[in-house]
Design a protein around this ligand. Sequence first.
Ligand SMILES: *Cc1c(COP(=O)(O)O)cnc(C)c1O
Length: 391
Amino acid sequence: MSRRTGRLFFANPGPTNIPESVMRALVHGSQDFQDPDFVELVRNCIARLKRVVRTSGEVFLYTGSGHSAWEATMVNLLSPGDTVLMLESGHFSESWSGMCRKLGLVVETVAADRRMGADPALVTAALREDRAGRIKAVCAVHNETSTGVALPLADIRAAIDAAGHGALLLVDTISSLGSLEFRMDEWGIDAAVGGSQKGLMLPVGLGFTAVSAKGMAAHPQAKLPRNYFDWSVMMERPFRSFVGTVPTQMFYGLAESLRLIEEEGLEALYARHHRLGEAVRCAVRAWAGNAGPQLFCQAPARLSDSVTAVLMPEGYDANALRRTALDTFNVSLGGGLGGLDGKVFRIGHMGDLNEAMVIGTLGAVELSLARNRVPHGAGGVNAALEYLAAA
Ligand SMILES: *Cc1c(COP(=O)(O)O)cnc(C)c1O
């Protein structure tokens, strides 16, 4: 294989590109994490992270990826045998459900067409059925990274309220925070589960949960076994997080990534993600002509602004296309997850990204479609350029 020249265009939907200034900030020697200056840095980061989550609740952090934050959230809020109502969305709702079952929870699902996402009315119906109050939590993946379908969280909150049910609302915001509009307090979310390596533009390894007052009130009654993830233990610690050694370097990176987010401003950041996401979609819609690849998400109001899943035409291998893009053009695309392996490729457009990077990626995809003789409509990159020129 010939050498891959030039810069790697990393268009995976997590991990994402780490800005140069964040990489430099991460380079830091070991230190005592009890050092008062460091404790102050952590406190400052947590306060600023709360502004990104848009909450005045508590935040607990763990050394671990998003999976660790899922697990921490469940064991701190639920008891063995409790029922959770999971909105089916795709690979990540399935993995979250699988974890819940292993932890000793009962999982009821709100079935959904994966190209559309769940209907909030079905949430209301399921909760109305639950006269015995077995359902303790409703779980939703805000942005299903495997399908590119984003759920309207305000509508889900309204669906729970319409049933007059007291279940907690737990949301996976791992691939939406720092990319899509997210308003924890306003949307009545009781726990927001996050990770570092997507919209927050950091390496993998810092997971967290933001918790509402209602969530904190439920915590003392939760009886699932826990040790490393125990919020009660964390609350005794100086920064109300971590059991064990604190990943100190990560906070120098987080302080810088939060600075970048603050400098851009949340509204501008959401708008940028929308603009870049729409540019990608313009290209895919053009390719879809001539029975080509098409948008996996079929619900126009739910198209994700942080990742686009593209469904290949029948009989064409998405992984062969990804190999061409990587080996020939040094562009890394996401693959299809679970049952979508080989059928879908994914273009990540979250985090530290601009128009030029998106156009470069789309150009490489268009070239790879041609090289692999995948039928497609012409002019995808041009459609994206035309959109961006006017945006
Ligand atoms: C990436 C991702 C996860 C898993 O997070 P890890 O950091 O890989 O453990 C969970 N949910 C969603 C929606 C994700 O995008």
